[in-house]
Design a protein around this ligand. Structure first.
Ligand code: NDP
Length: 482
């Protein structure tokens, strides 16, 4: 037995109380959609969890109208302090039901319970607590003397952090006084539907939050096309982000886009290497690399390349891939067959273009969607794996000799969402950070999130900021509102 051989320690699913079927959550109650119901499956077992309604354009219309009435009659008339009470209540209920949400997220998304328990759910609650505190202080947010809400916000979120992205979107919108129609991703609707129950539990007025499930091309595009929406907030692929930008061009619908990334994690030769190893690994293998701000490009100073790679592969060999409900699991399942196919195809391109592949030797479960942690060395800046977002557990390694070369290579990307700097020299850290075109830059750490800290991108990573005071600005106007 080695120290990596642990007994199984699965988290029980007995806490879950999943319905056999979920309708749409419109105007405070459940209703069936006019589209064809679909199933959501567990990506680690491929077993069906539940069936879910699909909203068509008429259902989306009902949801937007319910949000409008709730905005006009209730939410926009309520004092900020009163709105804040609801948000505090939601935050507390999320904390009370934390274990249940963590298990549900792990089952529906495939990510390890260690992450849903320690990251997704606590951060989702933290987001509501944070913005609850802003609800009655909007005039002190530096956004004008009397900022007002925009009206009805349409929010479309992806599958990589289903509950957390819901919190990132809903909390500032509601705190600012908007009402919402939210569409979760079709592969991960479960925690958004459970969140609808939280809204009921919190006594949130009907229509303030509406949740419509369905496919992007049906439900999502109907929501984007709806003339009654004042604001669209989207997180997802650059391709869909572009489509949405085109759809709202020329209208007065406000838009924020949080799209992909190809974050550079830069390790200088004076860095504390063991610390850097942990940061590089969590930077790309956290959440199976399904992270828009992942450190998917490792830029390592040439003279420490071999030593760093040796330490990284040795450390990676201790990671465990498998049942995401097992508390010892580090790497869970890929969220869907479609995403697994995408990752497989782009990784094959890496080899075809001349990079060298290292892959963790591990047992792959018979069922489910899995991709072992993979590293490509000998990568050229022009290679597809150095340029395109893979959104999976695949690290591309490039080298540099001088700080200016590191900066040039880091900025040589269509994206500009995140970056990491590993060095013991604070002066170098600040000088390099100053030159990087990335919305969020971590130094001697990676993938750290806080509700008070703004997050967003440059270039094809999108526009607008989420989190902090800046996150409120996306849902407020200095004018009269609608
Ligand atoms: P998408 O951009 O397709 O999905 C994100 C959300 O948008 C989902 O809710 C989706 O619905 C919805 N959507 C899809 N098409 C439309 C449309 N025409 N109008 C309105 N809404 C729409 O991402 P994918 O899931 O297809 O992932 C593809 C790639 O995108 C990944 O490999 C990754 O590179 C990137 N990505 C980046 C994310 C990020 O956080 N920046 C998050 C997710 C993906 P539904 O899923 O129900 O079809």
């Amino acid at each position: 037995m080695t120290f990596t051989d642990y007994d199984a320690a699965p988290e029980s699913t007995s806490i879950l109380n999943i319905r056999e079927h979920y309708g749409l959550f419109i105007n405070g109650s459940w209703t069936n959609g006019h589209g064809e119901s679909f199933t959501t499956i567990s990506p680690s077992t491929e077993s069906v969890i539940t069936t879910v309604s699909e909203a068509d354009a008429t259902d989306v219309d009902r949801a937007v109208k319910a949000a409008r009435v709730a905005y006009d009659k209730v939410w926009s008339r309520m004092s900020g302090a009163e709105r804040g009470k609801y948000l505090f209540r939601i935050a507390r209920i999320l904390q009370e039901r934390a274990r249940e949400f963590a298990v549900a997220e792990t089952v529906d998304n495939g990510k390890p319970i260690r992450e849903t328990r320690d990251v997704d759910v606590p951060l989702a609650a933290a987001w509501f607590f944070y913005y609850a505190g802003w609800s009655d202080k909007l005039e002190h947010a530096g956004l004008g003397a009397n900022p007002t809400a925009l009206g009805v916000a349409a929010q479309i979120i992806p599958w990589n952090f289903p509950l957390l992205m819901l919190a990132w979107k809903l909390a500032p919108a509601l705190a600012a006084g908007n009402t919402v129609v939210l569409k979760p991703a079709e592969t991960t609707p479960l925690t958004a539907l459970m969140f609808a129950e939280v809204c009921q539990q919190a006594g949130l007025p009907d229509g303030v939050v509406n949740i419509v499930t369905g496919h992007g091309t049906i439900t999502g595009s109907a929501l984007v096309a709806h003339a009654g929406v004042n604001k669209i907030a989207f997180t997802g692929s650059t391709a869909v982000g572009r489509q949405i930008a085109r759809a709202v061009a020329g209208s007065d619908t406000r838009l924020t886009l949080e799209l992909g990334g190809k974050g550079a994690n830069i390790v200088f030769d004076d860095a504390a290497l063991d610390q850097a190893v942990e940061g590089v690994i969590s930077g790309i293998f956290f959440n199976q690399g399904h992270v828009c701000c992942a450190g998917s490009r490792l830029l390592v100073q040439e003279n420490i390349h071999d030593e760093l790679m040796d330490r990284i592969t040795r450390r990676l060999s201790t990671l465990r891939l498998g049942d995401p409900l097992d508390k010892n699991t580090d790497i869970g399942a890929i969220n869907s067959k479609a995403q697994l196919d995408r990752i497989t195809a782009i990784a094959n391109t890496g080899e075809a273009e001349g990079a060298e592949r290292w892959q963790l030797a591990c047992d792959i479960p018979d069922k489910g969607f899995w991709f072992p942690p993979t590293i490509f060395t000998n990568v050229a800046a022009s290679n597809t794996i150095a340029r395109d977002e893979i959104f999976g557990p695949v690290l591309s390694v490039l080298t540099f000799r001088t700080p200016s070369e590191a900066i040039a290579k880091a900025n040589n990307s269509a994206y500009g969402l995140s970056a990491g700097i590993w060095t013991e020299k604070a002066s170098r850290m600040l000088a390099v950070a100053d030159e990087l075109r990335a919305g969020v830059i971590w130094a001697n750490t990676f993938n750290k999130f806080d509700p008070a800290s703004p997050f967003g991108g440059y270039k094809e990573s999108g526009y607008g900021r989420e989190g902090g005071r800046h996150g409120l600005a996306a849902y407020l106007t200095e004018g009269e509102g609608r």
